[in-house]
Write a protein that binds this ligand. Sequence first.
Ligand SMILES: N[C@@H](CCC(=O)N[C@@H](CS)C(=O)NCC(=O)O)C(=O)O
Length: 234
Amino acid sequence: MATEYLPPTLEATAEEPTLFDGTTRLYMAYACPFAQRVWITRNYKGLQDKIKLVPLNLQNKPAWYKEKVYPENKVPALEHDGKIIGDSLDLIKYVDTNFEGPSLLPNDSDKKKFFEELLSHTDKFVGMLFATIKGDSTTEAGNAFDHLEHALTKYDGPFLLGDDFSLADIAFITFVERFQIYLSEVFKYDITEGRPKLTAWIEAVNKIDAYTQTKKTDPKELVELYKKIFSAQK
Ligand SMILES: N[C@@H](CCC(=O)N[C@@H](CS)C(=O)NCC(=O)O)C(=O)O
């Protein structure tokens, strides 16, 4: 897969696009783990020419985004067929179902059921990871990664639903990417130690171009950002 040209991030002064002109746009931020889920899905399905990336500076967003595009003022949001759809977990399913390209969900009904179970666990998983930033222990994050290690035994990997990369992997990897770095930098904690399935999963996902092309996390910036979020919440 050729490396895609990534458009520049829009600041507050950026002119608004000609909204609802038939162009499908993914409003996102390169550093956002939620938006990255949809970005990976788009890439995997080969939709680089069909879904245009519109990266926003979250610290300095253009006013038209909240006023005319997405009143929740969050990313990701997708402009498609004259409407706006938000929320990353809804969006990865929407993109998989409503666009061409290889399917990211199995036909197998047991796997589909397990997929829904995994999806319903993602918020808790993410909450447990973020608890580490607020506290001074890795216990909760460790429990979250143990859960993932256990989930990977269900179909014996390498991916969460077995042999094939799917939306389930996409839902988790963007947070695993960040917390693998954060926990290593701040706590010298290696999430792969004692977790062979998780180790193999991370390796397998890192062979998927659609994912590696979205990996933009800079360790120093990440640690600074997460520490800032924590001090703002204190
Ligand atoms: N539940 C939403 C969460 C999206 C979210 O929180 N996005 C963050 C960026 S990573 C955001 O846009 N925050 C508002 C802001 O930073 O102004 C989803 O899954 O899409």
